[in-house]
Design a protein around this ligand. Structure first.
Ligand SMILES: [Fe+2]
Length: 243
């Protein structure tokens, strides 16, 4: 199988990702050229910043899917969201069965992000409670959160209960020195479960390619396969991959 991307902003006009349909197609064409055959669009769900409605997201997804077919670009475009840890997120979680919480393929796994500067209060406890409800929280770009820069063990412990999906561009050093250091250590010590493009614009595809090249050189093609194909598919199916 080809590569499988768990985190991207390829749907146009609904967050800080692709601004127009042409850019959506260019980004997806670029990802296909890197070997991806499955890309999940994860538009932001962040109160007061980017909060496109479910209808807007579904309509844009349908429009991009149709345009892909018309352009002969062969890729499966999945749909989820990047849920920010805010009041909207918690209100959605509070509902029985959390029907409004956007998940991967409508299953039990969902992507989320937290503030960069500090971890939420009682973070692990909250995640445990979410897990007891049959949901699988998937942490986006763990390398970006400052508390983990000085406390690798906390990140490593957390990775025993939830999947962690680093950004490929961070591995290549494009998100700064400390995120690069943490992302690389998470890969080298087999803590991270997956790596994703998190593409926001066309040029980000090149940065993702650099991250893939870094992985291939430093940890080998088998690890690329594991972190960018096998494990992402397990996560989509709602499983925490073994490390
Ligand atoms: Fe993102």
């Amino acid at each position: 199988m080809g590569l499988c991307d768990l985190h991207s902003h390829v749907l146009f006009g609904i967050d800080d990702g692709a601004p127009d349909l042409g850019t959506s197609l260019a980004m997806l064409r670029g990802l296909v050229a890197l070997g991806y055959d499955r890309v999940t669009a994860t538009p932001h769900q962040k109160a007061a910043q980017y909060l496109p409605t479910a209808r807007q997201i579904a309509d844009t997804h349908a429009e991009v899917t149709a345009a892909l077919a018309a352009a002969g670009i062969v890729v499966e475009l999945g749909l989820a969201a990047e849920n920010y840890w805010d009041d909207v997120f918690h209100a959605r979680l509070a509902e029985s069965g959390a029907p409004e919480l956007p998940r991967y393929d409508g299953g039990r796994a969902f992507l989320f992000e937290i503030p960069n500067a500090e971890l939420p209060t009682r973070f692990e406890e909250s995640l445990f409670r979410i897990a007891t409800r049959g949901l699988l929280p998937v942490l986006a770009h763990p390398e970006r959160y400052r508390p983990f820069w000085d406390d690798f063990d906390r990140a490593a412990r957390l990775a025993q209960s939830i999947p962690m999906v680093i950004d490929l561009a961070a591995l290549a050093g494009h998100h700064g020195t400390k995120p690069a250091k943490l992302a690389r250590r998470l890969v080298e010590e087999r803590i991270a479960h997956a790596a994703a493009s998190d593409v926001h614009r066309e040029d980000d595809v090149r940065l993702a390619a650099e991250g893939l090249a870094w992985m291939k050189k430093r940890v080998g093609a088998d690890e690329v396969r594991r972190l960018c194909d096998e494990n992402p598919r397990q996560i989509l199916a709602g499983h925490l991959p073994e490390n």
